[in-house]
Design a protein around this ligand. Structure first.
Ligand code: TMP
Length: 209
């Protein structure tokens, strides 16, 4: 392989993306390939602002304006995440480092709007971002995701049952019609089994490329 891969995990909060990202990084280490886990929101300046908003700060007087602001900020953060020359995705890939991202523009489409109009607006904001080499969608029923999250200390703004049910429906629609490389996984399984499925897929597809 001559260039690092850009691999994205998506799913509702509590689907297990962080666990799978870590297991995938361990796997790359075992086969002597470099990788970095690089989530969205990023660790850059806009990512930090986003964490504040996700943590409860709200400078807007209605939910529509809040969601719009989030969509703009996530798109700006995404641009930074891809292109900054310090730890941006492209910079790392050119150094032969795989980038494992928990979340990408699919999350903006699934979380930051309510209807078709919002969806079109978010598509427009994100239209110039390239698809990842592979997106792994971890599909899980919302009740189980919430159960898994119940021991987490801080609740973020989108972590409600009502919201996550809509987010899951949106993800399912997005990935039912997604034209690029995608692996959909039943995330009710245990983490090692899921990891095994991912590695099987990667070994068949990429490492023989
Ligand atoms: P995390 O739980 O993976 O750290 O993500 C933080 C939250 O950010 C999660 O609830 C989903 C939300 N989010 C969006 O609303 N839009 C986006 O574009 C991204 C990347 C995340």
């Amino acid at each position: 392989m001559s260039k690092g891969l850009f691999i994205v995990f998506e799913g509702v909060d509590g689907a297990g993306s962080s666990t799978q990202a870590q297991l995938l990084q361990n796997y790359f280490t075992q086969i002597n390939q470099k990788s970095i886990i690089s989530p969205e929101p990023s660790d850059g300046p806009i990512g930090k602002l986003l964490r504040e908003f996700l943590g409860g700060r709200n400078d807007f007087n209605n939910q529509d304006l809040y969601d719009q602001q989030m969509a703009y900020l996530f798109a700006a953060d995404r641009h930074y995440h891809l292109y900054n020359n310090f730890n941006g995705v492209y910079s790392l890939r050119s150094k032969n480092i795989h980038v494992i991202s928990t979340r990408y523009y699919f999350s903006s489409l699934a979380y930051n709007g309510k209807n078709e109009k919002d969806y079109d607006f978010i598509c427009l904001l994100n239209q110039k971002f390239p698809p990842p080499d592979l997106v792994i969608y971890l599909d899980i029923p919302v009740d189980l995701a919430l159960e898994r999250m119940c021991d987490r200390p801080l609740k973020e703004i989108y972590e409600t049952k009502e919201k996550l049910i809509k987010v899951r429906e949106r993800f399912q629609e997005i990935f039912a019609n997604y034209p690029h490389k995608m692996l959909k996984i039943d995330a009710r399984e245990n983490p090692q089994k899921i990891h095994g499925e991912i590695i099987n897929y990667l070994e068949k597809w990429n490492l023989s490329n």
